[in-house]
Ligand binder design. Structure first.
Ligand SMILES: Cc1ncc(COP(=O)(O)O)c(C=O)c1O
Length: 476
């Protein structure tokens, strides 16, 4: 070693041992240990699986309420007149919806099914915001009768609503959904009327001139997992301008602006480098962006602000507990002086990547639709005293695409090890597919620390109960 060379020293300023500290500072390093998850809200992961089986979705009531309260505080402390609607499609488990309703959230639904679900949970029509590009006539009749706030998506829907409200005795409050360029791509131009080409203004004019309708809301949902709060600043500025334009032209001040959802959870898309806490801005940054624009308006001219957040509120509160059911490939990568067998050594040389340590889990992409885009974390439930190496996580489906993570650093795992996938609370429950096996049970750990079943594991009757065998194929 050259006498002028001083080996780098890693200080203990992070409060960590030198090896870990070095790895922590280098995003591309593999590190020397793997994060684990022993318990959720004080309940050991192993005991949850022991009691309710594997795989198992687990939700934390505490986690849900904490997020709701933080979001409420972030917005109401800056802009008192803010109202929140729970985006049912993000997760429509009754227990989850009910927690948000208890926290003061109204319902945001996008289909007849979701509308009926909200009504069944006791939400009145006037506390339902009704979105979606296709609202069949029958459910529109119901929603109009119950005075839900329909956010009109297109001219054909507007025609139909005008027809259905021809003989209404009191004008119906409605909103219109609009799309605009908020400086992010892609623009979600599938939904609503365009602000940019004047279409939204024309739709607003038609509603304002209809004595049976009252224009209550301008709504936009610019997309999901929006990483730049400034996009909301642009969006709300454009909605305010549209509102001003309608006010000047028709003397009608639209009472409510709805900025939709889209605030990110602590999740990372493929291609992003973590940790997520460093990449995702806090909800307060989004609240600043939106409310700074509204607070510049004269106090008497400020609209009600509505938000329909989904992912931000529920993602981290959801976990999927899975078990390793088989191990494949080479458990440890080639290392000097390692005891690889001749077979493993040859396999590693010949197959490289494809021979890496791989684990088959008992839950796959049928339950975790979002793992197509997001790098879900995989957390063993015990500390394993071995360095992590690039590994692959397969699901149990007889399909090659059933891969949860193509490459994730994990220590060697054994059959029976529990691996918790997190965060998975947003969209996976509502988008999970019934495919070749039963969908798992869902448990919620209550604020009282008690885990309770909130959805039972499917049985055969749940899956084929609606089927009928024609007589000539034999009676059931
Ligand atoms: C109209 C509408 N509002 C709210 C949401 C919730 O979005 P997010 O989960 O990104 O907050 C969605 C989801 O795409 C939506 O379509």
């Amino acid at each position: 070693m050259n006498r002028d060379y001083f080996p780098p020293t890693i200080s203990n300023e992070l409060g960590r041992q030198a090896l870990d500290a070095a790895a922590d500072r280098n995003f591309y390093a593999r590190g020397t240990s793997t994060p684990t998850l022993f318990e959720i809200d004080g309940i050991p992961v192993a005991s949850l699986v022991g009691q309710f089986g594997s795989p198992l979705f687990v939700f934390s009531e505490h986690g849900l309420r904490e997020k709701a309260r933080r979001m409420r505080e972030a917005f109401r402390s800056r802009y008192e007149n803010t109202q929140f609607a729970w985006s049912y499609k993000t997760n429509y488990l009754n227990a989850v919806c009910q927690i948000f309703h208890q926290e003061g959230w109204i319902a945001e639904v996008v289909s007849d099914f979701e509308y009926h679900k909200a009504r069944k949970l006791g939400i009145s029509g006037k506390d339902i915001v009704f979105n979606g590009p296709y609202k069949p006539r029958k459910i529109l009749e119901t929603a109009i009768g119950e005075r839900a706030l329909i956010q009109i998506d297109n001219w054909d829907e507007l025609n139909l609503i005008e027809e259905l409200t021809k003989h209404i005795n009191q004008p119906l409050d409605v909103g219109i959904r609009v799309w605009l360029d908020a400086s992010i791509r892609p623009i979600w131009s599938k939904f609503g009327f365009s602000v940019e080409n004047g279409e939204a203004g024309r739709a607003a004019e038609r509603i304002v001139k209809n004595p049976n309708l009252r224009l209550h809301t301008f709504h936009t949902h610019i997309g999901t997992y929006i990483l730049d709060p400034n996009a909301y600043r642009v969006a709300v500025t454009k909605l305010v301008a549209l509102r001003e334009q309608i006010h000047i032209e028709y003397k009608h001040l639209v009472p409510c602006l709805n900025l939709g959802g889209g605030f990110p959870s602590q999740s990372l898309l493929y291609g992003m480098e973590g940790p997520a806490e460093r990449v995702i801005l806090p909800i307060e940054a989004y609240a600043d962006a939106i409310t700074e624009v509204l607070n510049r308006l004269p106090a008497k001219r400020r609209p009600q602000l509505r938000l329909e957040s989904g992912r931000y509120l529920v993602d981290e509160a959801g976990y999927l507990l899975t078990s390793v059911v088989a191990t494949k490939g080479i458990q440890r990568p080639l290392a000097i002086n390692s005891n690889l067998s001749a077979w493993d050594y040859k396999e590693q040389l010949l197959l490289g990547e494809d021979a890496r340590a791989s684990y088959v889990l008992d839950a796959g992409v049928n339950l975790l639709y979002t793992t197509t885009w997001y790098q879900v974390n995989a957390l063993p439930s015990r500390a394993i005293n071995a360095p992590p190496s690039p590994s692959r996580l397969y699901g149990p489906l007889c399909m090659a695409i059933d891969v949860i993570r193509y490459s994730i650093n994990l220590p060697p795992l054994d059959v029976g090890d529990i691996v918790t996938l997190h965060p998975v609370g947003a969209y996976n429950i509502s988008q999970s597919m019934q495919f070749i096996t039963y969908r798992p049970a869902v448990v919620m750990i209550g604020d009282n620390g008690k885990p309770e079943l909130v959805r039972a594991r499917e049985v055969l009757e749940d899956v084929d109960g609606t089927e009928r065998l024609p007589d000539h194929l034999g009676k059931r």
